[in-house]
Design a protein around this ligand. Structure first.
Ligand SMILES: Cc1cc2nc3c(=O)[nH]c(=O)nc-3n(C[C@H](O)[C@H](O)[C@H](O)COP(=O)(O)OP(=O)(O)OC[C@H]3O[C@@H](n4cnc5c(N)ncnc54)[C@H](O)[C@@H]3O)c2cc1C
Length: 403
């Protein structure tokens, strides 16, 4: 076996791994930073399969890490796109309650916007009709957040990967992580042995199992949720002017089926949050293994039995969305003029790296970082980790990686 060395070894070339790699190199210009990516190129999982929305940071409790990095992240990502000439659509977002009982959630979101420094305008029925004629609000009211924008996440990722390579960071693709000897700070990568000073696990959908191999993150396990999108047929003639989101159930980390206008003008409706049967189960039974199927099935049964955090309602509401009829039904609650034939099937699908806390049985809602001697593990890099990537990388370096 040949030997390679790295001062900092990053596992995973999604937006989280790449921004941390660039930040480490910026702080330690003389160091050797190597990124390991199992696929043939970066961005084939969450970072290249998301909605591309730069979230304003309105949803998160002010004490959360998400609240601390999301708004700042959106501003930095928008500036990055402008500086690099990458497409950026400053489109704004309208949030509407779908049920009368969601009204107080609108008050809570307005309060959180204030606490998190996000400008949000309360719209009454008449102003909502002017701003977003297609949206239905169960209470007549809505919130308008002008700060929300959309980017092309694959363009951003390609650009950040280019920055990394330009800074002298090596990105080794198409390898497989072999034996990890955390004590000796050595691991096998595609038949090669790599010695490292500090390893950072940013493996997204595999972050829990990678962490376990380093002796970290034992309390957490992945419960993957699939985000399926449909395309809105332009002939539908719906006059959609912003991103339209329902007021979400803030107990669960999903935002509900919404519209996303991509930078090329295509309007997507989705994503769902249906259980996935495997970590990379993007289509049919692709990426499903009996072991993972049993593991995920067992976790779902336990969650349903416990009924905590509105999980039964979530399972009932979301599980049905595997079926077109129910998906349409959900989307019509937001857009009453939508007809089933307006939704075209599309190949866009992503899977959320959602962690479950095995001790409490709770879905983890905030970003989660665990450290072990010689390694740092980014678990639960769910939305808005794309938006938050730049300040999140600084946070990980400041608080979790010894300088
Ligand atoms: C449907 C959906 C919609 C979303 N919409 C938004 C949005 O609008 N705005 C937003 O801010 N966020 C959004 N998100 C969240 C966002 O996409 C993720 O938070 C972010 O991309 C996470 O980045 P990551 O680098 O952690 O993961 P990834 O992009 O998944 O990267 C992890 C990488 O690690 C690699 N890897 C895994 N295991 C190994 C291993 N053993 N060895 C080497 N490499 C390995 C993988 O191949 C992958 O490339 C969305 C997510 C989904 C699923």
């Amino acid at each position: 076996m040949t030997g390679r060395t790295a001062d900092f070894l990053i596992i995973g070339a999604g937006i989280v791994g790449l921004t941390i790699a660039v930040e480490l190199k910026r702080r330690n210009p003389g160091s050797k930073v190597v990124v390991l990516e199992k696929e043939r190129r970066p961005g084939l999982h969450s970072s290249g399969r998301n909605s591309g929305v730069l979230h304003s940071g309105i949803y998160y409790p002010p004490s959360s890490l998400k609240a601390r990095v999301c708004g700042q992240g959106a501003r930095e990502m928008a500036r990055y796109c402008e500086e690099r000439g990458l497409p950026l659509l400053r489109i704004g977002k309208v949030l509407v309650p779908l049920r009368p009982e969601d009204g107080p959630q609108l008050d809570l979101l307005e309060a959180r916007a204030g606490q998190n420094g996000v400008e949000a305008e309360r719209l009454d029925r008449a102003r909502l009709r002017d701003a977003e004629p297609e949206a239905r609000s169960a209470t007549g009211e809505a919130l308008l957040v002008r700060q929300t924008s959309v980017v092309s996440s694959s363009d951003v990722l390609e650009s950040v990967a280019g920055d990394a390579r330009g800074a002298g960071i090596e990105i080794l693709c198409e390898g497989a992580l072999g034996l990890v000897d955390a004590e000796r700070r050595r691991l096998d990568w595609g038949g090669e042995s790599i010695s490292y000073g500090h390893a950072v696990n940013a493996a997204g959908l595999h972050a829990d199992s990678v962490a376990h191999r380093f002796g970290a993150g034992r309390a957490y396990t992945l419960l993957p949720f699939k985000g399926i999108y449909w395309k809105l047929d332009p002939v539908a003639g719906l006059d959609i002017r912003h991103l339209i989101y329902p007021v979400p159930d803030l107990r669960v980390p999903f935002l509900g089926v919404h519209t996303t206008t991509a930078i090329d003008g295509t309007i997507y409706v989705g994503p769902t949050a249906v259980p996935a049967f495997g970590r990379e189960n993007y289509r049919g039974m692709e990426g499903v293994t009996p072991g993972e199927l049993l593991r995920i099935g067992g976790l779902l049964v336990r969650q349903l039995a416990s009924g905590r955090d509105g999980f039964r309602r979530l399972a009932w509401q979301e599980g049905r969305r595997y079926f077109r009829r129910w998906f349409v039904h959900g989307a019509q609650a937001l857009l009453p003029r939508l007809r089933p034939e307006h939704l075209l099937p599309c190949t866009k699908v992503g899977i959320r790296s959602q962690m479950l806390d095995r001790r409490s049985g709770a879905l983890v809602t905030d970003f989660l970082i665990e450290s072990a001697p010689g390694s740092t593990h980014v678990l639960n890099a769910i939305s808005p980790a794309f938006t938050s990537a730049f300040p999140f990388a600084r946070h990980v370096c400041d608080e979790h990686i010894p300088s």
